[in-house]
Design a protein around this ligand. Structure first.
Ligand code: GLU
Length: 475
């Protein structure tokens, strides 16, 4: 088998969103699974949609996600340049070849004529210039008339190819339009550039969005016209936001960077997006990138769209968080602690230990530590606990004693709380419940009563318990 060469060919129009990254991932996985090469090509011929800085985001996102490209604009390779706007010169030469052998033609139609055609109800170009004589074309070119070059699609018959996901795709040639290959400014359209570039870069497996499935017959006619071997095709269904809307940048759907900022781990993002349109034979869901290379196969690629489910991604992320060592969790959490001003001064190592088992994504840290900053005015009904049969009255009975033991026995707080319960006829669960609520004012906290007291420190614990007592008394 010849060496597999796949490419990711994004247009630099903004952030790399999840759908784009999924296409890149599958192209990467397919290449690596087959011992081949993964190439990055920037398709920037549409200058109007160009967003400054987006090329750098593409580079950094792919690298960060581990999708290391073997060739690309910033890493080089034998088939460069890898930026489309730097390849301008190649296209015209090939378009002229197609004109020579009848697969394309010069078109001099004015904007006005095309508008009239459109107004008269035509749904596609009417091949008007396809029948110009050679002499007339030469004369007009010499005269300097403005022109485009159009593909000359056969008027009859059909074109078939086999997509590796969707099977045989047949399109009636009548449905295809004589699209422009070279624009009046000499620049190629996407329709032409993708074919020339893929061929010149030796791309033999084209992996891209399903929106290109039905234009691929046109591209194949260009390969045929130039005497080039057609590549294999793998088209991918879109990722949806819900049943009817595609996940897209336009709706502000999240990019890779946004998810990193939300506290998702890159391994988990890559893992989750691998599942958006592919499943393994044994339905395993957790994969490292290397495991994905090993397991990925086209028979698992879905023919129907998949729906992006952030809850599911949270779950996958939580599996990775659980697997982190304490040290790794702490190091990663340290990037997020500064987002929460009120954490200044706390024992962050202790906090990391407490948070580790409760964190699904790293911005959960905010919710989980909210009690540190929102204590005043909490709902006293939190003392009511059906299981332990406690209420505000229980808190009123216990709190003086609890304050005292916190002042005297902070180093042995756990034992002191147990002893207090035994001495005063309370169950352990009752004491711990009242203590934790009085200390935190929160239904759920990242640890039990004693751990929360340790986190807050002795004097803050005493201050909070006193404050709770005061409120309970005034109730
Ligand atoms: N630049 C095109 C896009 O971003 C690439 C399509 C393709 O992979 O051929 O949609």
């Amino acid at each position: 088998m010849e060496e597999v060469r796949t490419r990711f060919a994004p247009s630099p129009t903004g952030y790399l969103h999840i759908g784009g990254l999924r296409t890149a991932l599958y192209a990467y996985l397919f290449a690596k699974k087959n011992g081949g090469k993964f190439i990055l090509r920037i398709e920037d011929t549409d200058r109007e949609r160009y967003v400054p800085g987006s090329v750098e985001i593409i580079y950094s996102t792919l690298k960060d996600a581990g999708l290391i490209y073997d060739e690309g604009p910033d890493v080089g390779g034998d088939y460069g340049p890898y930026i489309q706007s730097e390849r301008k010169n190649a296209y015209l030469e090939y378009a002229k070849k197609l004109v020579e052998n009848g697969h394309a033609y010069y078109c001099f139609c004015t904007k006005e004529r095309l508008e009239q055609l459109h107004e008269s109800g035509a749904t596609k170009y009417d091949k008007h210039c396809a029948s110009l004589s050679k002499e007339e074309v030469e004369m007009r070119l010499k005269r300097g008339d403005s022109y485009v070059i159009r593909q000359n699609i056969p008027e009859n018959g059909s074109t078939t190819y086999t997509d590796m996901v969707f099977g045989d795709i047949t399109v009636d040639n009548k449905e295809l339009e004589d699209n422009i290959l070279i624009k009046s400014d000499g620049m190629p359209t996407y329709n032409f550039a993708n074919v020339v570039d893929d061929h010149l870069m030796g791309i033999n497996y084209v992996i891209r969005g399903v929106e290109y499935l039905s234009s691929t017959p046109k591209y194949n006619l260009l390969y045929d016209g130039l005497g080039w071997e057609r590549p294999h095709y793998i088209h991918l269904q879109p990722i949806m936001r819900d049943a009817t809307h595609k996940l897209s940048k336009r709706y502000g759907d999240a990019s890779y960077e946004d998810f990193i900022k939300k506290g998702f781990l890159k391994e988990a993002i890559v893992n989750y997006i691998a599942l958006l349109g592919w499943s393994s034979k044994d339905n395993t869901e957790k994969f490292t990138l290397n495991e994905l290379i090993d397991k990925f196969d086209l028979s698992g690629v879905s023919r129907s769209p998949s729906i992006f489910d952030e809850q599911k991604m949270r779950y996958i992320n939580s599996l990775y968080v659980k697997e982190m060592s304490e040290e790794a969790f702490h190091d990663y959490a340290m990037k997020f602690y500064p987002l929460y001003d009120y954490l200044k001064g706390y024992d962050l190592r202790l906090l990391s230990t407490l948070l580790h088992s409760r964190t699904e994504v790293f911005t959960d840290i905010g919710k989980l530590t909210e009690f540190l900053t929102h204590f005043d005015g909490y709902d006293l009904n939190l003392f009511v606990n059906a299981k332990w049969k406690t209420d505000i009255g229980t808190a009123g009975d216990m709190l003086s004693g609890l304050i005292e033991l916190t002042q005297n026995d902070f180093a042995d707080l756990h034992d002191a709380l147990i002893a207090y319960g035994e001495k005063n006829g309370y169950k352990k669960g009752q004491v711990l419940w009242i203590y934790r609520i009085a200390l935190t004012g929160a239904q759920s906290t990242p640890g039990g009563a004693v751990e929360m007291a340790q986190l807050l420190g002795q004097s803050e614990s005493v201050r909070r318990l006193k404050c709770s007592l005061e409120r309970v008394r005034n109730e």
